[in-house]
Design a binder for this molecule. Structure first.
Ligand code: C5P
Length: 413
């Protein structure tokens, strides 16, 4: 059976240029068996007509809170109850701000307040607006409340800027919707749940960091964040209260995990140092850039010379700084190596004062960065355990159980 078969998806469209992609999004969700109803803001109607969305969804489009005819057909509370899942795509900075402020001054924001269904938000805005602390604050608030963010992606924007803020492609949005709905379905059917991590706070860093060179360029790496997110999901499913500090990734936030989005190593360090004192377990899964640019140029650097030098300075070592705290959580690091894995991993375990290190050989094909599979050898000061090649989600479950066992032993000793 198709994952979306019979699922009732409410698509909220707000006023961004990416709204032109939504008829295709509706069509693709319907192809997968979903029943789709569309709600449009006034801004959305400046970019695409309700008639188009009505034609592709085969349902009347709702666009007003105060329309007596529409309220008679399906009132706003009824519509909020109808939805199994709400996807807002594109979501402007404005609509995100309104939802995080609890406003209900149009139909879409009212539905968000009135629904018990999970809500996913696909942001679409200019990169400067995305990075604005007001927007980042709103996103963190909504993540805390259980909203999921699909993207945004990076690249060239309609306004000509380059950076984070593009709405994800329709294919990615459909895949993430399927992933999210199937994860929710699994959570519902997996009862009664074993909750051995209930009462524990787990803090996890994930994904890459980006080190700005100038307003449009940065240095980064290929980390997808998949391993960190899989660990977060596995720990949450066992009852832990999980916070992910994530660099820029295109992954759905696992259900009931709190995600804090960061960009640079300095941002990630600051968040980790603030939150680590509260955590019982800290897992440093992020691929943190070792260096950042000494002085970020205010303007785009012109290519007027044949060569150029960038001055780099070392970033703080987040996991080592957490492990140096007086009241440190049980601290787990990762080591991605291309040779002599045990030697380098054990070196890092000791040097960074970690309780555990999970090492993988990234030179082996089919595992590690950006792959869906991975294998790990996990070292503590006294022993080692091999977790053989398998999917990152299965591997994460095994690793979480291993961390749990070692953490609980450490409390006894
Ligand atoms: O030293 P190396 O980068 O190989 O160590 C990898 C481990 O250290 C990972 O757990 C990574 O998340 C963490 N790390 C960090 N801050 C850095 C560099 C690495 O937390 N600046």
């Amino acid at each position: 059976m198709q994952i979306l078969q019979g699922k009732k998806i409410l698509l909220g469209i707000s006023g961004g240029i990416a709204a032109y992609k939504t008829p295709e999004l509706v069509r693709r969700l319907k192809d997968k068996g979903a029943d789709v109803r569309v709600v449009m803001t006034e801004g959305a109607k400046a970019f695409i007509t309700p008639l188009t969305l009505q034609a592709v969804s085969a349902n009347a489009v709702a666009d007003s809170l105060l329309d007596t005819q529409a309220e008679l057909a399906m009132g706003h509370i009824e519509l909020a109850k109808w939805a199994d899942f709400i996807l807002i795509a594109p979501a402007t900075a404005d609509v995100i701000a309104k939802i995080s402020a609890g406003l209900a001054n149009d139909l879409l924001t009212t539905l968000c307040l009135a629904t018990a269904a999970p809500v996913a938000i696909a942001p679409a805005m200019n990169q400067q607006m995305w990075h604005n602390p007001a927007t980042q604050n709103n996103i963190n608030t909504l993540s805390t409340w259980g909203y999921t963010f699909f993207g945004p992606g990076a690249g060239e924007q309609a306004c000509g800027d380059i950076g984070l803020g593009r709405m994800l492609d329709v294919d990615e949005l459909v895949d993430l919707t399927c992933q999210q709905i199937s994860a929710l379905h699994k959570n519902e059917t997996n009862t009664p749940k074993e909750q051995p991590l209930a009462g524990q706070k787990w803090l996890i860093t994930a994904g890459p960091t980006r080190e700005a060179i100038d307003p449009v360029r940065y240095i980064s790496n290929h980390s997808s964040g998949k391993m960190g997110f899989a660990i977060a999901s596995a720990a949450q499913q066992l009852g832990a209260e999980v916070t992910i500090i994530s660099g820029p990734v295109s992954l759905a936030t696992p259900t009931h995990c709190h995600k804090i989005s960061v960009t640079s190593a300095i941002d990630m360090h600051q968040q980790a140092m603030t939150l680590a004192t509260e955590a019982n377990v800290f897992v440093a899964c992020a691929a943190v850039a070792d260096y950042r640019i000494d002085t970020i140029a205010n303007e785009k650097i012109k290519k007027s010379h044949d060569t150029m030098q960038l001055n780099l300075v070392k970033n703080p070592d987040i996991v080592a700084d957490v492990a140096a705290l007086t009241n440190k959580p049980f601290t787990v690091g990762f080591a991605a190596e291309t040779q002599d894995v045990e030697h380098y991993a054990r070196g890092k375990l000791a040097r960074k004062n970690l309780d555990m290190i999970a090492a993988n050989n990234v030179a082996e094909s089919g595992q590690g960065f950006n792959s869906d599979d991975n294998a790990l050898t996990v070292f503590t000061a006294n022993d080692e355990k091999v977790l053989p090649l398998t999917s990152k989600s299965e591997l994460a479950k095994q690793l979480v159980q291993h961390i749990r066992q070692k953490f609980e032993n450490s409390l006894k000793s």
